[in-house]
Design a protein around this ligand. Structure first.
Ligand code: ATP
Ligand code: MG
Length: 456
């Protein structure tokens, strides 16, 4: 993408309304535009990140055996009256009437809708296990929408729903989702700690919140220091018995402050870490609560009807955009993990109009494109300083800076946003870098001394 053809409305000043860094940076980087309180338009750069996160979530749901569907945003009130939640949900639910005066609502979640699908089609235990998910906009009229996309009123959620014959089978389904969440967040380079949670208004008897660490998080959290070991979540195979795996994780203590009892804490003080965190996912097992209320049963192995055992599994897809920024930024701007970066590489032409820089920049850009690298070519007339600041603000992981003075010495600069390391490389090496398939990396020998990154 050439910047001259793109829509990237970056802001020079810090927007006053933004209280936390992710909100500030998303506005400054031209990712979102507020429409009304807690409701946002997603601009090209923001949408690209949102879609990448959504795709990782989708792939890991698919890997865990869940099946994607798409349920509507607008639901009929009847199914909520059946489950008994139409009145209980209160003011958070946006209620509307259609032209025939029928009560409708903008879905805050989909237990009722998916239970209705299941009871219409699943009649026998042979169709089980079943796990259906969708990635869809939700509306909750939050009392205090704030922090940008972190607590919006309209937000994108992945919600999956499992249906099983027995509590034991439902536990297998729960464990798969538990593991798929660990894999999902690890791909975004996030440490998301599963914390035993209250089951709240959804009810039930098993629940974990997945919490990423950030100083601005709404939840206080306590956990065993081993959670911070980066190699904790290694390859876990779904064909293995997941019970011991889950046990290994849940043995490690992690609780939100609501559930943490300082006097009864089993962890030695020296092993206990206290931090703040952001809830990015929440999984529940709630048994037959909805299947009983909504008559969703199947014929069991002996032919008798059995109420389905259900779980629901949410991930805050749009909240994750803000959450990742909270976890990964510096004073210059966003530092995207490569897997969710809007563009992996930027080519910065410091002097458009200069024959040498134009020619090399264009060649590098084309090399990148033809090798499947999603790159942004800054061919704008902005000042060199503004260009470099923008690339750091929007967090592009790899930046190749092409300037006339460098070219006189036959060199361009390769910069790695995360470590801050900069290498002087030849145009030929830059070309190799752009056309190289697979993982991008710094040519070790050329990293300038001053920029050797801190180990992290
Ligand atoms: P919270 O305690 O933060 O209100 P919740 O328990 O209401 O969350 P769930 O109903 O479990 O959330 O929804 C699943 C996921 O959707 C949450 O883990 C969170 O990541 C995301 N989410 C919930 N409410 C919002 C919101 N208002 N804005 C953005 N994301 C949200
Ligand atoms: Mg809530």
């Amino acid at each position: 993408m050439k910047l001259s053809n793109y829509f990237l409305p970056v802001l020079k000043e810090n927007p006053k309304e933004a209280q936390i860094v992710s909100h500030r940076l998303m506005l400054r980087a031209g990712m979102i535009q507020q429409s009304s309180a807690g409701i946002y338009s997603w601009l090209p750069l923001g949408l690209k990140v949102l879609s990448k996160i959504e795709q990782i979530v989708r792939e890991e749901q698919d890997n865990a055996g869940a099946l994607e569907i798409k349920m509507p945003t607008i639901q009929p009130a009847e199914i909520w009256q059946e489950s008994g939640r139409y009145d209980d949900y209160g003011l958070e639910m946006l209620r509307v009437k259609d032209r025939h005066e029928r009560d409708m609502l903008y879905g805050p979640t989909n237990e009722e809708q998916v239970t209705d699908i299941c009871r219409s089609h699943v009649k026998s235990y042979r169709a089980l296990p079943l796990n259906l998910y969708h990635i869809q906009w939700k509306f909750r009229d939050e009392v205090r929408p704030r922090f940008g996309v972190m607590r919006g009123r309209e937000f994108l959620m992945k919600d999956a729903y499992s249906f099983d014959l027995t509590p034991e089978d439902a536990r297998v389904a729960y464990n798969k989702m538990f593991v798929s969440y660990l894999k999902t967040f690890a791909r975004m380079e996030l440490t998301a700690i599963p914390m035993e949670a209250d089951t709240g208004p959804i009810g039930g008897d098993m629940s974990h919140e997945f919490i990423i660490l950030a100083d601005t998080g709404e939840s206080g959290v306590f956990f065993h220091k081993d959670w911070l070991k980066t190699d904790l979540i290694t390859n876990i195979d779904y064909s293995a018995d997941l019970e011991p795996v889950i046990h290994k994780f849940t043995e490690l203590y992690a609780r939100t402050d609501e559930k943490h009892e300082p006097d009864n804490c089993p962890i030695k003080p020296e092993d206990l870490v206290e931090k703040r965190g952001i809830e990015v996912g929440h999984i529940f097992y709630f048994g037959t609560k909805y299947s009983k209320a909504m008559a969703a049963s199947v014929s069991g192995t002996d032919g008798k009807p059995v109420d389905l055992h259900m779980g629901s599994y949410g991930i805050g897809v749009s909240r994750l955009v803000g959450g990742i920024i909270e976890a990964s930024h510096d004073e210059k701007g966003i530092i995207w993990p490569e897997a969710v970066a809007p563009f992996k590489i930027a080519i910065v032409n410091l002097k458009p109009g200069n024959v040498a820089t134009d020619e090399l920049s264009e060649t590098l850009y084309q090399a990148g494109l033809s090798n499947g690298h999603d790159c942004l070519y800054d061919d704008s007339k902005d000042s060199a300083g503004a260009k470099l600041a923008t690339m750091d603000l929007i967090g592009i992981p790899w930046q190749i800076v092409v300037g006339p003075r460098g070219l006189e010495r036959n060199s361009v600069e390769l910069k790695h946003r995360k470590s801050g390391s900069v290498a002087e490389i030849t145009p030929e090496m830059a070309h190799d870098f752009m056309s190289g398939q697979g993982r991008l990396s710094m040519p070790e020998a050329d990293i300038s001394e001053k920029d050797i990154p801190d180990a992290n």
